[in-house]
Design a protein around this ligand. Structure first.
Ligand code: FAD
Length: 377
């Protein structure tokens, strides 16, 4: 029997699992290697920090999905692979062979330039480690009755996190006891339109987040800014963009210049016909696009079709990623900013819109799973 190996339970793989749950294959063994029993939905994370959601609302439970899809779980992490021998090496479970492999393990974050600090350093990736660390840190702040947080990274995640953290801490400690600074050396919301940047700046000011437009390195008391100024902080949240995991280097697969898996049309590896990748770990060499959940989600359906077609020896379906994507940025209270091709909309209705989209995404993977065995193909 052929084996389809899914590495990581990222956004694209959720859709592969969902389609296997709807049409279970009895002629193929499907194995998922992933370290956690749930898949965090990052779009709702700022809402969890701000206190609008329970953590369980922000995650897809994997076990019911896997049971219905007939997929075997290996609860572990990919630590390496040898594409020549068609094996993936897990951190604990050893080697697993495959006929077809699909990788959706997300990106990592390189926070090494911030490491030389005595403040608590909380990289936002992996998300599972971040939520545990943030929960503990928030408890510490509540006990101390005051907080000084620096969020490093001026992209969408950094802006949303800074606003969410400030909202939560100001609510619990009082505005004057909760200092939050967004450190945005690379600029604020690069790639978004001027109206969106202006609206985000206004929200940061309105809700009491300071902005330091400077690169920063870790320093004993917090951060050392490029200006030479020190920024004292008890906690540094690193939201400094995506980096490729180290294991791709020796995998034997074609990579882009930064170590991400190079894929082409149909999300297939440009070097190995039996290997696919989607989400932040992948780089479309023919149609480069930003790393964001939107693209990971959009790649899911075509990935699902192409894995099935490869198992059946059929030609692949083509997929051209969209050129533009909608961003909905939560601003702390139940308000949000929409960014679409340079246009900007903001307000409580944008939050309600975002809330509906996000909840529907998570719910989609619980819905219809009470069918006992899925329909065999
Ligand atoms: C705070 C925050 C807010 C964000 N908000 C948005 C937003 O609103 N809209 C948007 O489009 N994007 C957003 N993003 C970006 C978005 O999170 C990522 O682009 C998206 O998660 C990428 O999806 P993915 O499927 O590639 O991987 P991930 O969602 O990172 O999933 C990877 C999966 O693989 C597993 N895994 C990791 N390493 C291994 C390994 N070695 N072996 C096996 N399994 C592994 C993980 O446990 C996880 O299940 C946000 C990011 C952050 C940090």
């Amino acid at each position: 029997m052929k084996r389809l190996l899914l590495a990581g339970a990222g956004h694209a793989h959720l859709q592969v699992l969902k389609s296997l749950a709807a049409r279970r294959r009895r002629d193929v063994e499907v194995v998922l290697v992933t370290p956690h029993l749930r898949q965090m939905y990052s779009g709702m994370l700022p809402g969890w920090i701000a206190g609008h959601y329970a953590l369980a609302e922000c995650a897809v439970r994997l076990e019911p999905l896997l049971r219905t899809a007939g997929v075997r779980l290996v609860q572990d992490s990919v630590a390496g692979m040898d594409a020549g021998r068609r094996v993936v090496r897990c951190a604990e479970a050893g080697e697993i062979g495959y006929d077809v492999l699909s990788v959706d393990t997300g990106a990592e974050l390189d926070a090494s330039s911030l490491a030389a600090t005595d403040a608590a350093l909380l990289p936002v990736r992996p998300l599972e480690a971040f939520v545990v660390a943030w929960d503990r840190q928030a408890e510490r702040f509540l006990r101390a009755g005051r907080a000084a947080v620096a969020v490093v990274g001026g992209g969408a995640a950094g802006v949303e996190l800074a606003l969410a953290i400030r909202h939560r801490l100001a609510h619990r400690l009082g505005g004057d006891k909760a200092r939050v600074t967004l450190v945005a050396g690379g600029g604020l919301l690069a790639g978004h339109g001027a109206a969106v940047v202006a609206r985000a700046e206004a929200a940061l000011k309105q809700y009491g987040v300071d902005i330091a437009r400077s690169h920063a390195a870790g320093a004993p008391a917090g951060l050392l800014l490029a200006s030479g100024e020190e920024l004292a902080a008890d906690c540094i949240v690193a939201a400094t963009g995506a980096a490729a995991p180290g294991w791709t280097k020796d995998a034997g697969l074609a990579l882009d210049g930064r170590g991400f898996l190079a894929v082409g049309d149909g999300q297939r590896s440009i070097s190995h016909a039996e290997v696919f990748a989607a989400g932040d770990i992948a780089s479309r060499t023919d149609a480069p696009h930003a790393r964001s959940g939107v693209y990971a989600v959009r790649a899911g359906p075509v990935l699902s079709v192409n894995l099935q077609r490869t198992l059946e020896g059929r030609p692949l379906a083509a997929y051209r990623p969209q050129r533009h994507s909608l961003y909905l940025l939560a601003t702390g209270p139940k308000e949000a900013i929409a960014s679409w091709r340079g246009l900007c909309f903001a307000g409580k209705w944008v939050w309600r819109w975002k809330d509906r989209i996000d909840r529907a995404f998570v719910a989609r993977f619980d819905a219809g799973l009470n069918l006992p065995a899925g329909k065999p193909s």
